[in-house]
Design a protein around this ligand. Structure first.
Ligand code: GLC
Length: 419
């Protein structure tokens, strides 16, 4: 016969929440310190819940990640439970992702920027919870601005070119590796982002407008391409056409560039102990082009659950934890990842660690979306066509006029009878 004490213990066991102890596989980040900062979050959740999370190695570039994940998902694989997905992917892989709407309380979802939640809604399903947002920003070397008599970062692309030239000419005397301006000039998704910023700042539209009309063929596009072609081999190295985010950051962080276009993550790395440019970084909005205003491309990443996951319940718990305010705050402070929860932009500790989040709040909120929603499953093809065309101009394989004409026809072919 069982004693009362033993019965109580048994009853407690029955009532206790299941200590599931499952092992989740998470395809997270790899850019900069992205892996470690992600892992610190999953370790904390694992310690709290008794589950295990394997944070797997993923390719560096978004396009390579997409290719891999599309293969896994199309094959119906359940190997990866949780994916970090790019803001331009819902239309590309949304069909394979779990609908989080019934699984995540509304008040948690609505804490995030509504435009991103809307972006993550595919065929009525909420396929990702926003994790961090991205907007292109301009990094300037504050010490060199002062040394060369400039009062602040450039406000226009023409100013940037003139300032970059002056600083480069001066610095090259002692440092032959020194570059005026580095950005993402490689032929990949990052070039689509940079070039959309140039295009919008020149008043050339957004490649394809929200109604699906192809708008790329216009004089502003040609003017923009002429300007950026002139940067390569003058204020930017010829090799800029091989740079993704990390290649540009490596040149910048070694102290070898006056200006860099990049995403916010590069700030925490530049400010880290041992960085050659710690304390010498100014972050500002990207310069204006012929339109009179500047533009930043909207980037950013969401957390999604594989519809085939065998541990959907725990996967949802993990992403609710990671996308909550405490984790977004930790990541903003440690990695300068821009939160997707508006109230965090007023948090004093976040602003102390990453001061530009305050003044550049509007840049984040007004960032220009790539035409992913309207092009749906054809976004990748459209983006590749755009990046190819810009790349052919940067590498001087085509004139701006030739590239624009060819791109217009190619986009029309991709569109076919409709997006
Ligand atoms: C950043 C952005 C992402 C974009 C990528 C391009 O990771 O957050 O949206 O697609 O850069 O390289």
């Amino acid at each position: 016969m069982k004693t009362t004490a033993a019965l109580t213990v048994l009853a407690l066991f029955a009532a206790a929440p299941a200590r599931a102890g499952v092992t989740l596989s998470f395809a997270c980040d790899s850019t900069g310190k992205g892996y470690d900062i992600c892992k610190a979050g999953t370790d904390a959740w694992a310690a709290k819940t008794g589950n295990t999370v394997n944070v797997i190695q993923v390719p560096n570039e978004t396009g390579d990640r997409l290719g891999l994940y599309q293969q896994q998902l199309a094959a119906g694989s359940s190997d990866v439970d949780v994916y970090m997905i790019d803001v331009v992917w819902p239309g590309l892989i949304g069909a394979h992702l779990l609908d989080l709407k019934p699984l995540v309380p509304d008040k948690e979802v609505s804490a995030h920027f509504p435009a991103i939640v809307q972006n993550n809604t595919f065929n009525g399903k909420l396929v990702g919870i926003p994790w961090f947002t991205d907007a292109g920003v301009l990094y300037s070397r504050s010490d060199l601005l002062a040394k060369y008599g400039f009062h602040g970062p450039p406000k226009t692309w023409d100013e940037l070119a003139a300032m970059a030239k002056k600083i480069q000419d001066g610095e090259r005397a002692a440092n032959p590796l020194f570059q005026g301006f580095v950005f993402q000039g490689k032929n990949y998704e990052g070039l689509t982002c940079d070039a959309l910023e140039w295009l919008t700042s020149f008043g050339g539209g957004t490649i394809i407008d929200p109604s699906g009309k192809i708008t790329i063929k216009n004089p502003q596009t040609v003017a923009m391409l002429k300007t950026v072609q002139g940067w390569v081999g003058t204020i930017a190295p010829e090799a800029v056409t091989t740079y993704a985010e990390e290649e540009a950051r490596n040149v910048w962080q070694a102290g070898n560039a006056a200006f860099m276009r990049n995403w916010p993550y590069a700030y925490a790395l530049g400010q880290a102990e041992g960085s050659a440019i710690k304390g010498k970084i100014t972050v500002s909005a990207l310069p204006a082009g012929a339109s009179g205003h500047g533009a930043s491309t909207l980037g950013g990443w969401q957390l999604a659950v594989n519809a085939k996951s065998k541990h959907a319940k725990e996967s949802v718990e993990l992403i609710r934890y990671l996308t909550g305010p405490e984790e977004e705050k930790r990541r903003a402070i440690q990695g300068s990842f821009s939160p997707t929860i508006a109230s965090l932009y007023k948090d004093p500790e976040i602003l102390a660690a990453t001061p530009f989040f305050g003044p550049l709040y509007d840049v984040f909120v007004n960032a220009v979306a790539r035409p992913a929603t309207v092009t749906k499953a054809k976004y990748n093809q459209a983006s590749n066509a755009f990046a190819n065309a810009v790349y052919s101009v940067l590498t001087k394989k085509q004139t701006p006029e030739e590239a624009v004409n060819a791109l217009q026809s190619q986009l029309a072919r991709v569109k076919g009878k409709g997006w």
